[in-house]
Design a protein around this ligand. Structure first.
Ligand code: UD1
Ligand code: UDP
Length: 359
């Protein structure tokens, strides 16, 4: 089968690495990079580290308003679809690249497969929630990472083409953690001792685009007596500078450029706790058995909270501080994200879909 995979943002590069490897064993894959993320440390580094094949197309759409960014991707992807005539389009996650790719394909009556389908925060103020809902409703194959995702789709009337395959991010983590442990010297380089530092990431619009929220997060980080490694997303850097916080950051918060995946994995694996508003990082904290403090009011990854490894604190200074001090995580973890073979399972479903539906 001829598959056009569409990626464009950091977490999509990571998700596509194991899946691209699996599907290329039996299908033809054309890779389109929308260019939503373009800084070398937000894009190129992942292609090199994770040996993702060179994209066949790079649309170079860059940053812009939601409408303009989504619209440009829609136009460019349509041109590629008309030229390449793939049997199926594969999209990942919940970004503007995801929804634009899915919409372009479905309007041309090309089958759409969505990896990481069925996630819901039930918060329509998040642009990602709009992207998820719309993408799921035009998809023919919905690859869910969890049982909750399957149930969310059922509640919206979507029951055909739904498969719980587990999470491709677990495949990526299991494949790369050993490499990271052997090769990466980030702890030594940053002068850190195992379990004596925290890792933080912040990039969610609800936190970065609000002076009140971003400053209360940074104040909480600075008022805790433990080093915090803070690889800063370019969106967050822009706002920290705009708000005048960047030049006044306390020394204990080690602000560094965005990390490659291997460095990030190594630093997370040996950290005492993780502070984040990222979707992927919440899951990785669980997979690595590191307590996670999520600076959001809600999460799509509800199982991590139910299992006692993740706690939601919003952008509240007191809650962030108190939780850093007191939250220890649970004792046991389940296999909520599957068994690390999601990519193989997706590939199997694609094989059957091709022979039964497309041929
Ligand atoms: C996007 C996704 C979000 C995902 C995140 C992963 C949407 C609506 N949001 O958010 O779901 O969690 O990616 O990281 O699709 N910028 C750069 N260089 C880059 C990329 C971005 O400087 O390489 C800056 C630009 O100022 C840009 C801002 O970051 O305006 C935001 O980038 P954008 O891709 O629009 O959204 P993210 O916040 O990265
Ligand atoms: N990540 C990374 N370097 C960083 C920050 C995050 O490699 O400096 C990885 C992280 O380990 C996870 C993914 O990027 O695999 C999550 O992406 P992000 O937080 O940007 O997006 P989200 O998952 O919230 O959509």
């Amino acid at each position: 089968m001829k598959i056009l995979s569409i990626i464009g943002a950091r977490p999509q590069f990571i998700k596509c690495a194991p899946l691209s490897r699996a599907i290329r064993k039996e299908h033809t894959e054309i890779l389109a990079h929308t260019g939503q993320h373009y800084d070398p440390e937000m894009s190129d580094i992942f292609f090199k580290e994770l040996q993702i094949p060179e994209p066949d197309y790079n649309l170079g759409v860059g940053s812009n308003s939601h409408g303009e960014q989504t619209g440009k991707i829609l136009i460019e992807i349509e041109n590629i679809l008309l030229k390449e005539k793939p049997d199926l389009v594969l999209v990942y996650g919940d970004t503007n690249s995801t929804v634009a790719g899915a919409l372009a394909a479905s309007k041309l009556r090309i089958k759409v497969a969505h990896v990481e389908a069925g996630l819901r925060s039930f918060d329509r103020t998040m642009p990602e929630e709009i992207n998820r809902v719309l993408t799921d409703h035009v998809s023919d194959l919905l690859f869910c990472p969890t049982e909750t995702a399957v149930l969310n789709l059922k509640n919206e009337g979507i029951t055909t083409g739904v498969y719980n395959v587990g999470d491709v991010m677990l495949d990526a983590l299991e494949y790369n953690i050993k490499i990271a442990e052997e090769k990466i010297t980030a702890l030594e380089d940053l002068g850190l001792s195992p379990k004596e530092y925290l890792v933080a990431t912040v990039h969610r619009a609800s936190n970065t685009d609000s002076f009140k929220n971003l400053s209360s997060i940074i104040n909480a980080f600075c008022d805790i007596d433990i080093p915090i490694v803070f690889p800063v997303h370019p969106r967050t850097e822009k706002y920290l500078k705009q708000y005048g916080i960047w030049d006044k950051l306390c020394e204990k918060v080690k602000v560094i450029p965005p990390l490659g995946y291997l460095e990030m994995l190594k630093l997370m694996a040996h950290s005492k706790k993780i502070l984040t508003d990222s979707g992927g990082v919440q899951k990785e904290a669980y997979m690595l058995g590191v307590p996670c403090i999520t600076m959001r009011e809600n999460t799509e990854w509800v199982e991590t909270v139910e299992d006692g490894w993740n706690v939601l604190v919003g952008a509240d200074y007191e809650k962030i501080r108190d939780t850093i001090l007191n939250f220890e995580g649970a004792k046991k973890r389940g296999s909520i994200f599957g068994t690390g073979d999601a990519s193989e399972k997706v590939s199997e479903v694609l094989r059957t879909f091709y022979s039964e539906i497309i041929l």
